[in-house]
Design a protein. Structure first.
Length: 89
């Protein structure tokens, strides 16, 4: 049970740190400093961690990576659209 608690604490810290980046990015609507490749790789990585968490039935891994994949996926799509539209400000 103690290990599970550590997992939940780690998940909360990781997700909350990434949430701040999402809020900031949406608020300032500026994508220029963001790396499309990094967010693409990070998004796929979190999806892999999510799948792994499902397979091993680890709630902290599933919760953290489902949320983080949503956040990183949103930023990835915003960055991709800004590149496609030529408005990569």
């Amino acid at each position: 049970m103690q290990l599970q608690f550590i997992g939940y604490v780690a998940a909360a810290l990781t997700v909350s740190s990434f949430l701040h980046q999402v809020v900031h990015t949406v608020k300032v609507n500026q994508m220029k400093g963001l790396s499309l490749r990094m967010y693409g790789l990070f998004f796929v990585g979190t999806l892999c961690w999510l799948a792994y968490g499902v397979v091993i039935l680890s709630a902290p891994i599933v919760i953290a990576n489902a949320l983080t994949a949503s956040f990183s996926g949103a930023i990835f799509i915003m960055k991709l659209l800004s590149v496609i539209n030529g408005s990569d400000n």
